[in-house]
Ligand binder design. Structure first.
Ligand code: GLC
Length: 492
């Protein structure tokens, strides 16, 4: 245990010190979430198992909005929200239907791109806020078969390919619907009358559609969205969640099914609100959340296709984000917005290929891992995996490579079994030495991988980490006296 090593603390302040030592931190990876009254923790863990293992998925935003490609009457900053952001009346928006003919769409190719990127699941918009459906729904004509010249069931083709290529098919389904006459409220700029509209009829329609997609395509996840409007409430959320689970007991549902989400941070209280995972949007939480979560993010600035948007994130940045997310126990759902012809934009494909190349070598440090046992590492991130014999492999993702060839790791109190560069395999062992509380790993002076290099560290048992004490004060203004506390955490 950690008692062998002591942290020496010198404080030259006239202070009152209270020593809170040691505090045991729960691992950030540990999920305490059980959706209200439906699962035991054990059932919940079993249901979430494939999703936790997967860590990396592809989001696809595709629909009629690909036709205007982000541009309307000279304005160019639109995408899947274009009906609202450009204030296009529904009747006029419907005119995109005859233009939606993505003859270059090839389900085999899309799924191959996801698979080659190392992604394990796909979440595609069965219906986005505009109400247009990508499958042959019996409950509306506002779908790809009945309303467009394309007349091919996109969800069916993709589901078939996903089965063949071993990827989980999942659907994003919008609660908010700008097209259905019974959906309320109307947009405040709209002229469309709401007379006779009946929201409960809309809910029945949506449940009917959800039944269709579950029964026909057997999705792994239903990813709801658009829950923030005042017509939706937690009771409706609980009901929809329970309904979906009754149709497919092992399905996974995001927290946007209900009203618990705290804005873009995507956090929620899983004990109070329905949903199986949190949904941070375009951001990565500072630490793990104590329950399952998935950051969804765009590769450029928009979800749907925008022909003017060239603000592509560099591959290195995307890999760093994947690593950061995995180190906090989350999943990464990375978006592509295909064109109206049916192509995933080239810059997205290139980046995904490069991520896949990195994952082919380093995937072991991402898939099926759990969150870092360290509070913070100066040079990067860490994930971990339990080995069959109860020992642990730590994966040190070195984002900031030490050019002096000495990688320093503080506070790890376990017996070290071996250290090696993941890319070079278990036999390429690295020399290690102990210096006080630090473990020094001798590494090449140049990072072996230009994206992120991973050092694997096998240790006896579960990680025991002694964190350096933190000095915390209530106030950050110091005159001649300030009360501080020293906090020291040990995590097992
Ligand atoms: C937002 C947007 C939406 C997008 C989603 C992805 O909620 O309304 O357009 O689909 O984020 O998370």
């Amino acid at each position: 245990m950690g008692s062998k090593r002591h942290w020496r603390i010198f404080i030259n302040l006239a202070v009152v010190i209270s020593l809170l030592c040691p505090l045991v931190l729960p691992s950030c990876a540990e999920s305490t979430s059980t959706s209200p009254e439906i699962d035991t923790k054990q059932q919940h863990d079993k249901r979430m198992a494939w999703w936790r293992e997967a860590r990396f998925g592809m989001f696809i935003h595709w629909g009629l909005y690909a036709v205007p490609a982000g541009e309307w009457k000279g304005t160019t900053n639109h995408a899947e929200w274009i009906l609202t952001t450009a204030q296009i009346p529904v009747k006029e928006y419907e005119k995109f239907c005859p233009q939606f003919n993505p003859v270059k769409f090839n389900a085999n190719e899309w799924v191959r791109i996801a698979k080659e990127a190392g992604m394990k699941y796909i979440v595609i918009t069965s219906k986005h806020h505009d109400g247009f459906c990508l499958w042959d729904s019996k409950l509306t004509d506002y779908d790809v078969i009945d309303a467009t010249p394309f007349k091919r069931d996109i969800l069916r083709e993709l589901t078939g390919e996903c089965k063949k290529q071993g990827i989980r098919m999942c659907f994003y389904h919008s609660i908010m619907d700008w097209h259905h006459p019974d959906y309320l409220p109307r947009r405040d700029w709209e002229k469309r009358s709401s007379e006779g509209a009946d929201f409960s009829r809309y809910v029945a329609y949506m449940k009917g559609q959800v039944t269709e997609i579950i029964e026909q395509y057997d999705p792994g996840v239903l990813w709801f969205d658009g829950e923030w409007e005042n017509t939706w409430d937690a009771d409706l959320g609980d009901d929809l969640y329970a309904y979906v689970r009754s149709l497919k007991p092992d399905i996974i549902v995001n927290n946007r099914v209900s009203k618990g989400r705290a804005g873009m941070a995507g956090t929620y209280d899983p004990k109070k609100f329905s949903g199986d995972f949190g949904t941070p949007e375009q951001e990565i939480p500072a630490t793990g959340l104590g329950y399952d979560w998935e950051t969804c993010m765009t590769i450029n600035n928009h979800w749907g296709y925008n022909k003017h948007d060239d603000n592509w994130k560099p591959t290195e940045d995307l890999i760093h984000k994947l690593v950061d997310i995995a180190s906090k126990g989350g999943n990464f759902l990375l978006n592509v917005g295909p064109t109206a012809e049916g192509l995933i934009p080239r810059p997205s494909v290139e980046r995904l290929q490069q991520m896949g190349d990195w994952l082919k070598v380093n995937g072991e440090s991402i898939y099926g891992t759990t969150a870092s046992p360290f509070r913070k590492l100066q040079w990067g991130r860490c994930t971990q995996k339990q080995l069959a014999n109860g020992d642990t492999r730590l994966y040190l993702h070195v984002l900031d490579w030490p050019t002096n060839g000495k990688l320093e790791l503080s506070g790890l109190d376990n017996k070290l079994l071996k250290a090696f560069l993941l890319a070079r395999g278990e036999h390429s062992s690295l020399r290690t030495t102990r210096k006080g509380n630090d473990l020094i790993i001798d590494v090449p002076s140049q990072a072996p991988d230009p994206m992120v290099s991973v050092v694997a560290l096998d240790i006896k048992g579960k990680p025991i980490v002694i964190e350096a004490p933190e000095i915390v004060a209530d106030s950050d203004t110091f005159v001649d006296k300030v009360q501080v506390a020293i906090k020291s955490d040990v995590s097992f």
